[in-house]
Design a protein around this ligand. Structure first.
Ligand code: F0G
Length: 459
């Protein structure tokens, strides 16, 4: 075997075989990484060589934007990997959106992960976790979800019939686009009286008790697949590293996997420059922002202040504080990947910001006007970029890649509420969330069913 699982706690560092199933280190409870014996793996000479694989795209593993990079995540033989055509995504040079952020027109790039089969970036990680689950012989797979992980698990289950899917969602906290996918794909759907954090705690207990394979991002194999988002970004930039990667932060799996991707690329000598990482929370779900920016929590070589973190969560419980944001995908107060995310922030000289509901929706409308659109959580990255340019942290001339994590059609309610002319709807849905204006609204115009009136309107 050239891969194993490894506890990220430097004071523990226990290793486990690839065939074992763990959601955390059985010795100390920390998260596990997938690690490789790179010396025993034959790697391409440089990143450009990956372009040669693209020529072979009639082979589904070469078409896959995940398995095309199998050399950099070789925890299973290729023929044991599962693909449904994930990772055919696009990096747009977003000239029309750039002015909104304050960047020079050619400096903003939007990575559209909504173009994946289930409409979000989750398919990158799901192809990897699902492969591992099938490899270890699991018959059922489960996740807690704010909607996208569950849609992703459900589509892999439907397309491959390798594992049945069981999904745990909070009540009333899931956008209909996402829920409709899970239902349509036939996932066993369990709605918990509680929020995502409650569902996450329960699914971990239930999967342990019943031996169901867990595909949430505590699963280290999930994050291996998500590394490939960065590989594709680099590929689109002709293997040049951008100055910044900006990503919304929820459960912090994406940011953690991006950090791991750059740690490995650097270690293997594939890149010299490492981009800076900016993680954007919503104000109503800002655990990382508080801990990292306000309380100064740092990775500290793996010896981060666990007592401080525990105190923070205890206080949250005592206050009965629940996450709340229109960006329901990132409505998470207890991010399970916090420690790995601290490592990513450390390696990528990272920063964290929080953005308001108003800032998220304005940014979302701008992304829609200038490109393919995205769901609210994804727009946090663009809102965060705008904030960082205004602060002078990001310079106008720097090259910035925002990860648009989910498709525009995932959550149409938020979009229609913003653009609609129905004042009551706007005030009811958005007003309560502190959204006062829809500066970039594209109001539908109502007109009598009369040819002259319609022509007059359009002249
Ligand atoms: N953007 C979207 C569209 C998401 O669905 C999520 C997470 C995130 C951002 C945050 O990413 O967790 O890696 O920091 N959605 C999860 C779900 C929690 O259940 O679908 P993260």
């Amino acid at each position: 075997m050239t891969a194993h699982q490894h506890c990220i706690n430097p004071n523990c560092g226990k290793t486990f075989g690839i065939e074992e199933i763990h959601h955390a280190c059985p010795n100390c409870g920390e998260l596990l990484d997938v690690e490789y014996d790179w010396d025993r793996i034959q790697l391409p000479k440089n990143l450009r060589q990956f372009e040669n694989y693209w020529v072979e795209r009639s082979n589904p593993y070469r078409l896959s934007g995940v398995w095309r990079f199998h050399d950099l995540l070789p925890f299973l033989p290729m023929n044991r990997c599962v693909t449904i055509g994930e990772g055919q995504t696009f990096l747009q040079q977003a000239k029309r959106v750039a002015p909104f952020t304050g960047l020079n027109a050619d400096r903003l790039f939007l990575q559209y992960e909504g173009l994946n089969p289930s409409g979000s970036f989750k398919d990158n990680g799901m192809s990897a976790a699902f492969s591992h689950g099938a490899f270890v012989g699991a018959k059922r797979a489960a996740c807690a979800s704010t909607g996208n992980t569950s849609a992703s698990l459900a589509i892999y289950s439907a397309c491959t019939n390798l594992m049945q899917s069981v999904i745990f969602i909070g009540s009333g906290k899931i956008a209909y686009g996402k829920l409709s996918q899970a239902l349509d794909y036939g996932a066993k759907t369990i709605q918990i009286q509680g929020d995502f954090d409650d569902a996450m705690a329960r699914v971990q207990q239930v999967s342990k008790e019943l031996g169901i394979y867990l595909v949430n991002s505590v699963n280290p194999f999930r994050l291996e697949g998500q590394k490939t988002i960065m590989f594709r970004v680099l590929e689109s930039l002709r293997w040049e590293t951008p100055d910044w990667i900006v990503v919304p932060g929820g459960n912090l799996g994406n940011s953690s996997s991006f950090g791991k991707a750059f740690i490995e690329l650097r270690k293997l000598g594939f890149i010299e420059k490492v981009p800076r990482l900016a993680i954007i929370n919503a104000v109503g779900a800002n655990t990382l922002y508080r801990l990292y920016e306000q309380e100064g929590l740092r990775w500290n070589g793996g010896n981060y202040d666990k007592v401080r973190v525990q105190k923070f969560f205890d206080q949250m419980t005592a206050d009965g504080r629940k996450a709340s944001t229109i960006a329901s995908a990132i409505e998470i107060n207890r991010p399970v990947n916090l420690s790995k995310c601290l490592r990513a922030l450390d390696f990528c000289n990272g920063i964290v910001r929080e953005v308001t509901e108003q800032e998220i929706l304005d940014a979302k409308a701008q992304v829609g006007t200038g490109g393919f659109g995205c769901e609210p959580a994804s727009a946090a990255s663009v809102a965060g970029t705008r904030k960082l340019v205004a602060e002078g942290v990001i310079e106008k001339s720097e090259r910035v890649v925002c990860i648009l994590t989910g498709h525009q059609l995932k959550d149409p309610n938020a979009t229609v509420a913003y653009h609609g002319t129905d004042k009551i709807f706007f005030e009811d849905v958005l007003g309560k969330r502190g959204v006062k204006t829809a500066e970039f609204a594209n109001h539908p115009i109502s007109v009598p069913n009369d040819l002259d009136a319609i022509i007059r309107l359009l002249q």
